[in-house]
Design a binder for this molecule. Structure first.
Ligand code: KG4
Ligand code: ZN
Length: 334
């Protein structure tokens, strides 16, 4: 079955063509993304109105790019999987309307996909993984731990009480005058810095060991930057000390969650899973406990449509379809 995936939940418009025989057995034929970082950079964050307006311009060319790279035409597509939430509602609507129009005109089924389900299943694009596995979704919009029990069966173990980890990276980068999005810049700067230079707090939530909180570390950095002490600290050292604190706050609940689960596999996924220190430190800490860490390659960590096509594939293969009055849901639960 040839599936067209469409994703437009935030500031990336993406399309992919995925070939699948049965759930999990997939060949990715093409994956195209139109990135809007250059548009939002000057505002230091995603401006929802600009994101949706730009999706209107790029969505059809991105679909054409993916089809061309896959070497197939629209008439060969058997089904469409499209993100219907959670996300920015104006952005979601562009992809969803496009999917509906294609499904109706081609007379093929369409299913709406939860964006988080896409991130949870993304490692299956490149790896054969047995379920259940533990997954840490860590991006600009989400930080949560799930057990992936089967296709369509996900159990949440914990989530952030305030900011997402990627949001903390982006806000601290903004405070440091490093531009947007900040995660990758901090990661690069930190490689030349001293992780122990600053003593920063590691939040632990009483009675909720599997939850996260990143508002305290952000405030600690803001206060430090407003203090006279900041003059004596290099940006590299500040970046490395901040990143180490965030990584520690991601690792502790993740390893705690892995205890007692019937799996030896921890998946990290979402934009922050691209972080080199998180990958290295979690891999080493997990190995010490007999656990292995699997992370998708960078292009499948950040938002993409291949993961959406994959997440929709098991429902399309079962012959399911959603009605054409399906609505976008900004706060869609998994
Ligand atoms: O998954 P994603 O593309 O979009 C959301 O669904 O949010 O993730 C984007 C987030 C941004 O906050 C960005 O700063 C962060 O991922 N990010 C990183 C790195 N690369 C991207 N954070 C830390 N280290 C990185 N190397
Ligand atoms: Zn995402």
């Amino acid at each position: 079955m040839l599936i067209l995936g469409i994703e437009s939940s935030c500031d990336d418009a993406a399309c992919a063509v995925l070939e699948t025989e049965r759930a999990g057995a997939v060949t990715l034929r093409a994956s195209a993304v139109a990135n809007q970082d250059a548009i939002h950079r000057r505002y230091g964050g995603v401006v929802p109105e600009l994101a949706s307006r730009n999706h209107l311009v790029t969505i059809l060319p991105v679909i054409e790019d993916a089809l061309e790279a896959a070497g197939c035409g629209l008439r060969e597509i058997d089904g469409i999987a499209v993100t219907r939430g959670p996300g920015l509602v104006g952005s979601l609507l562009v992809g969803l309307m496009c999917a509906k129009g294609l499904a109706q005109s081609l007379a093929i089924p369409m299913v709406g996909v939860n964006h988080l389900e896409g991130h949870l299943l993304a490692p299956l694009l490149e790896n054969r993984l047995a379920m259940p596995y533990l997954a840490l979704v860590v991006s600009g919009g989400h930080t949560a731990l799930f057990v992936v029990e089967d296709f369509g069966r996900y159990r949440e173990l914990g989530h952030t009480r305030d900011d997402a980890a990627g949001e903390a990276f982006d806000k601290v980068a903004k405070l440091m005058g490093l531009g947007y999005p900040g995660g990758r810049v901090i990661d690069e700067l930190a490689q030349r810095g001293d992780r122990q230079r600053l003593r920063l707090p590691r939040a632990r939530l009483r009675g909720a060991p599997l939850d996260f909180s990143f508002s305290g570390i952000k405030t600690a950095i803001a206060m430090f930057l407003a203090s006279p002490a900041q003059a004596g600290v290099r940006a590299e050292d500040l970046a490395a000390s901040f990143q180490e604190a965030v990584v520690d706050m991601l690792i502790r609940p993740t390893l705690a969650a892995a205890q007692g689960l019937a799996t030896d596999t921890i998946v990290i996924t979402g934009g922050v899973a691209a972080n080199s220190r998180l990958r290295a430190k979690l891999t080493a800490s997990a190995a010490a406990e007999g656990l292995r860490v699997v992370a998708p390659s960078f292009k499948f960590c950040t938002d993409n449509a291949a993961m959406i096509a994959l997440a929709g594939s098991y429902r399309l293969l079962r012959g399911e379809r959603d009605p054409l009055d399906l609505d976008a849901e900004a706060n869609l639960a998994l």
